[in-house]
Design a protein around this ligand. Structure first.
Ligand code: GLN
Length: 301
């Protein structure tokens, strides 16, 4: 086999990944992985000839990528909140937009001392690890219904020495102590079962239970919003990521469940991506009997 240069291999492979939305980045990351080198090496070694076994390893990765397997599953790694997480097909690949959820939770957390945080459906543990790294005084309970996901989250907690995160197997709130949390957050499954987007090759390799939530994609959110008040301290916040077109039904669900201060945060595309609501201070409010002098602020806008 005639040996090829790094630069040539990058060029050819990128062309062969025409179906990917980011072929240049994909080949760059996969070649670094196959050669076990870093960015600096790849930048300065364009003319270096590649060893046959390295080229074979790289071509296998490119073939898998052509079948739609996400790069994170091929390299077993993904950056989230500047942390290198271990990722495999047992969990959803962390998305950049989920950092908006983390930012929203951090803003709410400022109002509490040593906040007790619950993250529902943690998957790889990305959100819980980001939160505990920013909030050293917080205690974070991170749940998942999938034992497989909890195994991946456990690997990541150990990797990042996150001792303030407790993992728990739970179907949303089942088995959790009521009225215990200052903040409840989640990036639940929110894709509708018939969404054509599910046909994209990457999504077909990710766990269905982390993506799909019934006919309208809102089954998980409905369960979370309807029960969340019971697990929050008065004035605690519920913070949820959702699809770009789900803000109206989710804000309505929160209002129905008597949350106040309901508002949403936008992603970089300008779509509402994260919605927040606060449990009112007075339980009376939940029964529609507002106390005089109640300090709850009205719903903005
Ligand atoms: N953002 C993901 C997607 O649309 C879905 C993640 C989720 O359901 N929580 O691909």
């Amino acid at each position: 086999m005639q040996r090829v240069k790094v630069k040539e291999l990058l060029h050819w492979s990128s062309k062969s990944l025409a179906n990917s939305s980011s072929p240049d980045i994909d080949v760059w990351v996969l070649l670094k992985h196959a050669l076990r080198v870093d960015d600096a090496w790849l930048i300065s070694n364009g003319q270096t000839l590649i060893k046959d076994q390295d080229e074979m390893r790289f071509r296998e990765l490119i073939d898998s990528r052509k079948r739609g397997i996400p790069v994170a599953y091929l390299t077993n790694s993904r950056q989230f909140w500047s942390k290198d997480l271990y990722i495999d097909s047992r969990v959803l690949v962390p998305r950049p937009e989920t950092e908006i959820l983390v930012e929203a939770v951090l803003r709410c957390a400022r109002r509490f001392q040593s906040p007790a945080i619950l993250e529902l459906g943690t998957g790889s543990g990305a959100i819980a690890i980001a939160l505990s790294s920013e909030l050293p005084d917080a205690t974070v309970t991170a749940t998942d219904i999938s034992q497989d996901a909890l195994a991946v989250a456990g690997i990541n907690l150990e990797k990042h020495e996150c001792t303030s995160v407790n993992l728990k197997k739970a179907d949303w709130f089942s088995g959790l102590e009521s009225g215990r949390f200052d903040l409840i957050c989640s990036n639940p499954p929110y894709v509708a079962s018939g969404d054509p987007h599910l046909k994209t090759p990457e999504l077909q390799h990710e766990p269905e239970s982390a993506l799909i939530a019934g006919k309208d994609g809102l089954d998980a959110v409905r369960q979370i919003v309807s029960a969340a008040s019971g697990y929050l301290h008065p004035r605690g916040w519920l913070i949820l990521e959702h699809a770009y077109d789900q803000v109206m039904p989710i804000q309505a669900m929160m209002a129905n469940a008597r949350f106040v201060d309901i508002h949403s945060e936008k992603d970089l595309m300008g779509h509402d991506r994260v919605s927040l609501g606060r449990r009112p201070e007075w339980p009376d409010h939940a029964q529609g009997r507002r106390k005089p002098g109640n300090a709850d602020t009205p719903i903005p806008g």
